[in-house]
Design a protein around this ligand. Structure first.
Ligand code: HEC
Ligand code: HEC
Length: 323
């Protein structure tokens, strides 16, 4: 049911954006019934960018589990950011956002991209003005919040929408609910490798496969890999090269991978974890669990990949990658 509601929301929102075109036209729209629906409209509407061309969905593409398909996304004027766009799904149970965890709520997070000069480049005060002078949005905010658009209700609407983006209609979830045939024998072996031999479970656990923590998996060497990650927020040298442990739901849909999008496929990710030192020279501050090669066999790697693919929600089956 949840999935149908989500698809309905996305489709109706796309129709809305298409029909209303640029905000100048101000075609009337049917007023959203919920804050979530209003947030969904805003998420897809380029009105929140300085050039009226970039929406949240330009980078967080709904059909790709709200992630992008390129290493670095383009913001206003085609400017490139410095980090990979993560999925905006399955975040409602968590409280650290961005690769370096610099936001602690979805509301606080949402202000970031709107104001970021290389993303949407619009001060929130300007965004609020644009929405207030648009008769559709003005009416929608008045109806749902009993007031004109302002910083708080704008961020609340976006965050409320994002909290609806949960996915659990996956072969893995069916398997966990006692449908032993929902995943292949290879994927079952892969789950064991994920938990034990591959040590993935040390960092990726819980319903969304993240421990809500920051870890250094060896992708900082101060040379060609020079994003300091969490250290940039805390200035604590222990945090150099640490990044948020991302959830892994729909991971077969959200390539490329890591904070910089350096791995194009899950196969590359698995090869990396198997023997990090082979790929990155001179890693600084790498987590101790990563120091010994995993010695995965080819069969182990195939099984692990099959397991990761069971985390794809039915709605994204068509775009999930095979490797
Ligand atoms: C130009 C591309 C771009 C646009 C536009 C954009 N984002 Fe993002 N988004 C990113 C990137 C890149 C990151 C990671 C940045 C970082 O970690 O420093 C990110 C991170 C996020 C995260 C954190 C996910 C996590 O797992 O921590 C959320 C949530 C999010 N964006 C929502 C939004 C919303 C809401 C909007 C619109 C108001 C938006 N984004 C607009 C590229 C974009
Ligand atoms: C020491 C903790 C740790 C261990 C062990 C670990 N991971 Fe990760 N994983 C992370 C962190 C941190 C990131 C994010 C790194 C970055 O953004 O640069 C990550 C990123 C990923 C990504 C990329 C997700 C994305 O959307 O970009 C995948 C896939 C992944 N891990 C799978 C695995 C698998 C499979 C294993 C076991 C073989 C594993 N991880 C073991 C901490 C860990």
């Amino acid at each position: 049911m949840k999935r149908i509601a989500l698809i309905f929301l996305i489709v109706s929102t796309i129709i809305f954006v298409r029909c209303s075109g640029s905000q100048e036209e101000e075609a009337t729209f049917e007023l959203p019934v919920t804050k979530e629906e209003l947030g969904g409209r805003l998420f897809l509407d380029p009105i929140l960018s300085s050039d009226g061309k970039v929406s949240c969905a330009s980078c967080h593409i709904p059909a790709y589990a709200f992630a992008d398909t390129v290493a670095l996304s383009k913001g206003v004027g085609g400017q490139l950011g410095s980090r990979n766009t993560p999925s905006a799904m399955n975040l409602s149970a968590h409280d650290i956002f961005f690769h370096d965890g610099r936001a602690e709520s979805l509301e606080q997070q949402a202000a970031g991209p709107i104001e970021n000069p290389v993303e949407m480049n619009l001060p929130i005060s300007e965004a609020v003005k644009k929405l207030s002078s648009n008769k559709n949005y003005l009416a929608a905010f008045k109806k749902l919040y009993n007031e004109a658009p302002n910083r708080d209700n704008l961020l609340d609407a976006l965050a409320s929408f994002e909290r609806t983006l949960e996915t659990s209609n996956t072969p893995f979830d069916k398997f966990m609910h006692d449908d032993t045939t929902a995943i292949s024998e290879s994927a079952k072996r892969g789950q064991k490798i994920f938990n034990i031999k591959g040590k993935c479970f040390d960092c990726h656990f819980g319903p969304d496969f993240t421990r809500d923590d920051f870890k250094n998996i060896g992708l900082y060497n101060g040379k060609d890999l020079n994003d300091v990650g969490r250290y940039g927020v805390t200035k604590d040298t222990a945090d150099i090269g640490k990044f948020k442990v991302p959830g892994l739901r729909n991971v077969a849909v959200t390539a490329p991978y890591m904070h910089n999008g350096m791995f194009k496929t899950l196969t590359e990710v698995i090869d990396y974890y198997n023997e990090p030192q082979k790929f990155v020279k001179g890693s600084i501050n790498m987590d101790t669990t990563m120091l010994t090669p995993l010695n995965l066999t080819d069969q182990d790697k195939t099984d692990l990949l099959e397991f990761l693919k069971t985390l794809t929600d039915e709605q994204f089956k068509g775009v999930a990658k095979n490797k």
